[in-house]
Design a protein around this ligand. Structure first.
Ligand SMILES: Cc1cc2nc3c(=O)[nH]c(=O)nc-3n(C[C@H](O)[C@H](O)[C@H](O)COP(=O)(O)O)c2cc1C
Length: 182
């Protein structure tokens, strides 16, 4: 039996989506972290990655100013910190200090990565479009770093790493060990 879905939360029906942490910097070089579930690859050549950020977020202002950001893919075991970064604003607190994440310099841009992540996209802002109540920020990926031991031929080994997925509300899930390879 089908029932009517909730239009206010239409995007919940597309979940789970991986909850990534995006690092960005203010003009003085202080790093902020925002949790993002609305993100997607857009183009292979050039390599472009898109994130949807509401203009009211502090990170939106920072990325608009510095024109760069890092997409950090984090494991499920750090989901409490992922949730924290998605429920507090860098306008009020220093999320790096509160989460005790380890920042490491990126190779091609000024914004650092979160070392606890298992993959990192260093992005330069390619374009920004306001679409509805969010801005779609597209980053050109300038450099990628991955944790060697969790990928086999660039495919994530789900026995070695459990990514963090957001299912809506205050809830998260992760992958099982199931893997079909054809
Ligand atoms: C799991 C999760 C996913 C989120 N995804 C997004 C998103 O895709 N886009 C967005 O604008 N905000 C998203 N948010 C909300 C921001 O992360 C949140 O408002 C954050 O406090 C903004 O931080 P800032 O003000 O320091 O930029 C998400 C929050 C959570 C908990």
């Amino acid at each position: 039996m089908k029932i009517k879905g909730n239009m206010d939360k239409y995007y919940y029906y597309s979940f789970p989506m991986q909850a990534v942490l995006v690092t960005c910097m203010d003009r003085k070089g202080r790093t902020n972290i925002i949790t993002i579930a609305w993100h997607t690859p857009i183009s292979k050549e050039p390599p472009l990655y898109g994130i949807a950020i509401a203009p009211k977020r502090y990170s939106h202002k920072l990325i608009s100013e510095t024109k760069e950001f890092v997409i950090n893919f984090l494991p499920f075991k750090l989901v409490d910190k992922i949730h924290f970064c998605g429920t507090h604003s860098g306008r009020e607190i220093d999320k790096v200090e509160e989460t005790k994440f380890t920042l490491k310099p990126s190779e091609k841009i000024n914004t650092p990565r979160i070392e606890e992540g298992y993959a990192h996209f260093e992005c330069i802002l390619h374009s920004k479009n306001t679409i509805g109540d969010h801005s779609f920020l597209i980053g050109k990926i300038e450099n990628i770093l991955i944790e060697e031991k969790v990928f086999t031929n660039d495919i994530l080994d789900n026995k070695k790493i459990k990514p963090a997925y957001y299912v809506g509300g205050n809830s998260y899930t992760t992958l099982s060990d199931d893997l079909e390879t054809f």
